[in-house]
Write a protein that binds this ligand. Structure first.
Ligand code: NAP
Ligand code: G4F
Length: 322
């Protein structure tokens, strides 16, 4: 039975990846950071089937101990401070975790278990002020936030460990992926929960920032499969993972409100508070390398994704009401 370590197992992607790996017969070890309250909402349904261990990307010793104890065949590094606006308020913490944390983990693997296959969660935020449309593995980076800058560092340190030490270290440049498990502060989930609240008369309006930003949105459940495929290849490599389509935040609102037969224009209010110091205006992927080499393609369409998220939030709120 292969063993996989997932950092960030309590996050959106960690929960889907844990489910996928278990379905493939892996023993899954999930690293969680210490907290005074449990934060296992996304993995409650599987927490008895995975081994939960404590560790933190801030703490080198904890990472070395975990690798020493488990010698995982595969490590998926999904842990990060992943919310872009917070990265301007906490740029040092973001750099410590999202950038240097990756070096700490790579060092632990290099010293203790150098044959382990390593996956790094890189991001389309690295393209930032895009230098090319659509964006592929060859597109130069121009990050626009401390988060994006941190991800560029972590991307290159992954490549550097691959080239310096011949480690199997791959990097997935994933475009935005969402789900009913998405954090409430990200725009898609904020919209779908907002739609449900308005439908049930719990809110009168939905306050958002820049409606013109465009993103290449897919379903997280599809994207974790690409992570696994990357670590099954003969050689480590980097892959862009996305849908190849782009939609604006405005369009997301329109489709989400239409699911409940409402017109977004009557409820969405633009609020300066949610604008960013520097914006990423347009993201759209060219995922052809992943299609050709991994045989990966997304299954859930944009409209299916929006409906899935709205329906889930309607059902969540309905259950809470009853
Ligand atoms: P997420 O829901 O925000 O999950 C982040 C995870 O990292 C959580 O489990 C969090 O733990 C953990 N974490 C934070 N700081 C940590 C620390 N110091 N030590 C150990 N764990 C820590 O993120 P996601 O959407 O699943 O994304 C997974 C990864 O993919 C992230 O690296 C993200 O930057 C990257 N990414 C995401 C997308 C996307 O669209 N979702 C696209 C490209 C790349 P707590 O639960 O304790 O907070
Ligand atoms: O949902 P978002 O916060 O996601 P963002 O910034 O694109 O980052 C996500 O995707 C990245 C991959 O490209 C990941 F690496 C990262 O970890 C994260 O998962 O914002 C999307 C867009 C932005 O242009 C933002 O300005 O929505 C716009 N927006 C408009 N109103 C808003 C809001 N974003 C948020 N969070 N809240 C708003 O009220």
């Amino acid at each position: 039975m292969p063993t996989a370590l997932i950092t960030g197992v309590t996050g959106q992607d960690g929960s889907y990846l844990a489910e996928l790996l278990m379905s493939k017969g892996y023993e899954v070890i999930g690293m969680v950071r210490h907290s005074s309250t449990m934060n296992f909402e996304r993995i409650l349904h599987i927490q008895d089937q995975i081994e939960i261990i404590q560790g933190d990307l801030h703490d080198q010793g904890s990472l070395v101990n975990i690798i020493e104890e488990h010698h995982p065949d595969e490590v998926y590094n999904l842990a990060a401070q992943s919310f872009v606006p917070v990265s301007w308020n906490q740029p040092v913490l973001t750099g410590e975790v999202t950038a240097l944390g990756v070096t700490r983990l790579l060092e632990a693997i290099r010293l203790v278990s150098p044959k382990t296959h390593f996956y790094q969660a890189s991001s389309s935020e690295m393209f930032g002020k895009v230098q090319e449309v659509p964006q592929s593995e060859r597109t130069p980076f121009y990050p626009r936030s401390p988060y994006g800058v941190s991800k560029v560092y972590s991307h290159w340190i992954t490549i550097n460990y691959r080239e310096s030490y011949e480690m199997y270290a791959s990097s997935g440049i994933l475009f935005n992926h969402e789900s009913p498990r998405r954090g409430l502060e990200f725009v898609t989930r904020k919209i779908t929960q907002g739609v449900a609240r308005i439908k049930f008369g719990m809110s009168k309006e939905l306050r958002l920032g820049n409606l013109e930003a465009q993103r290449d949105w897919g379903f997280a459940g599809d994207y974790v499969e690409a992570m696994w495929l990357m670590l099954q290849q003969d050689r480590a490599n980097d892959y862009v993972i996305g849908s190849g389509e782009t939609h604006s935040v405005r369009e997301f609102c329109q489709v989400a409100f239409e699911v409940v037969d409402l017109d977004y224009k009557e409820y969405v209010v633009q609020d300066e508070k949610f604008y960013r110091p520097a914006e990423v205006d347009l993201l759209i992927s060219d995922p052809s390398k992943a299609k050709n080499e991994l045989g990966w393609e997304p299954k859930v369409s944009f409209k299916q994704l929006v409906s899935m998220m709205v329906e889930s939030d309607l059902s969540n709120l309905n259950n809470k009401k009853n």
